[in-house]
Design a protein around this ligand. Structure first.
Ligand code: SF4
Length: 389
């Protein structure tokens, strides 16, 4: 079995009670079967010690276990503010304190680790929905690398296409090289990746899988870059640009809403950028681009995000063949995060701190990445939006 992790994986330490937006609140935590069995065992043990030793401490622990676990739904109960019922006033987990790390359910043990599974391969990343992981990525200046290690264990999946998977791995490798080529502008890098995915999709649709290797090779050379540079010289009108950005942004309203505050952020961003009577979208964009070039490492942040999303989602095309939609979704996510940054900069009277960029990043990830339904809907929308143009 081949395990792969990003090189900053071991840098992560949960900040626990210091966390600015704990992962133990805001969403329903589902308990896995094995943990539920374990919780029943803990209850039995506590009951025995109450009967044998009349232990008051055990009684309060048992009471908590009985009342704070929703046994019929297999979830942890939440308070009115949607905080996990085991989360105490110091933002520490009472379950962990009373019964140790082993008592945590699979979700709590694993988060913010994210695992993508393929035949004989596990790709483990850290989710930027965790503020600490988002901070690590936003502060990172050097290109991210990925480390792989072979460990014991073999498996076979039914209906897994190892040939397509190897094509996707090769393509992703080349795409990561392109995305981390700092001699090119971020627009050039992004368009090269999109164009490569588009050309691959055409070959996949006509079942000409071997031709995908020629596509990958083509994008290693200068010819594809010259084509992209020529394409970028074509000027879009302001009207076209605003209407596309607005149309793309509005798609976020069609996603499943996980947190109420997200809607507020969407409306605020929309009002600031697309229906602003005081200043046009084009002017905002121009001024923000100028501010970014003078005040932030924007191209580096965008590169890290593109690499993050592409690494996680692109190989998933082995299950549905949707190479182009995956690449579009990656670009869309990073584009929208950038729109949120731009709106916040405007709201702050043309200033934006790294902490705020980080906050908007993890909020976006929580809303979009933490719902399989949202990821599916987004991918579907991609085909619709790009084909229309
Ligand atoms: S969000 Fe991240 S840093 Fe915060 S409590 Fe959860 S794992 Fe720890």
């Amino acid at each position: 079995m081949l395990y792969t992790i990003p090189d900053y994986y071991k840098e992560f330490r949960c900040t626990a009670d210091k966390c600015e937006d704990t992962c133990c609140a805001g969403w329903q935590i589902v308990i896995d079967e094995k943990s539920l069995v374990n919780y029943r065992k803990i209850c039995r043990k506590l009951l025995v010690s109450i009967v044998k030793e009349s232990d008051k401490n055990s009684f309060s622990k048992l009471w908590k276990m009985f009342t704070l676990v929703n046994w019929s739904e297999g979830t942890f109960r939440q308070d009115m503010e949607k905080r996990c019922a085991f989360l105490n006033e110091h933002n520490l987990c009472d379950l962990y304190i009373a019964h140790g790390e082993k008592s945590l359910c699979k979700t709590c043990k694993q988060y913010p680790r994210h695992v993508e599974e393929f035949e004989g391969v596990r790709e483990i990343t850290l989710s930027i929905s965790c503020p600490e992981v988002a901070r690590i990525l936003m502060e990172r200046k050097t290109p991210v690398t990925f480390l792989s290690q072979e460990k014991e264990g073999e498996e076979e999946y039914e209906d897994f296409d190892p040939f397509l998977f190897s094509i996707l791995e090769d393509a992703r490798k080349e795409m990561l090289i392109i995305l981390q080529n700092r001699n090119l502008s971020i627009r050039e890098r992004t368009l090269l990746v999109l164009a490569m995915a588009h050309d691959m999709q055409v070959r996949i649709n006509r079942q000409d899988m071997f031709a995908c290797f020629q596509v990958i090779e083509k994008y290693c050379g200068d010819k594809a870059l010259r084509f992209i540079q020529k394409y970028l010289q074509k000027k879009e009108t302001e009207k076209q640009r605003v209407s596309l950005a607005k149309e793309m942004f509005e798609k976020l309203y069609e996603l499943e809403l996980l947190r109420e505050e997200w809607n507020v952020l969407l409306q605020e961003t929309e009002a600031l950028l697309y229906v602003n009577e005081k200043v046009s979208y084009e002017e905002i964009q121009k001024e923000f681009a100028k501010w970014e070039s003078e005040n932030s490492d924007i191209e580096i942040h965008l590169e890290q995000l593109l690499v993050y999303f592409l690494f996680i989602y692109f190989p998933g095309a082995v299950y549905d063949g949707e190479v182009y939609a995956k690449a579009q979704m990656v670009v869309y996510c990073v584009w929208m995060i950038h729109e949120f940054w731009m709106a916040r900069w405007l709201k702050n009277e043309k200033n934006l701190e790294l902490e705020e960029m980080t906050e908007l990043l993890y909020r976006f990830s929580r809303e979009v990445e933490h719902s399989d339904e949202n990821l599916k809907r987004l991918e579907k929308m991609m085909g619709f939006l790009w084909l229309k143009r």
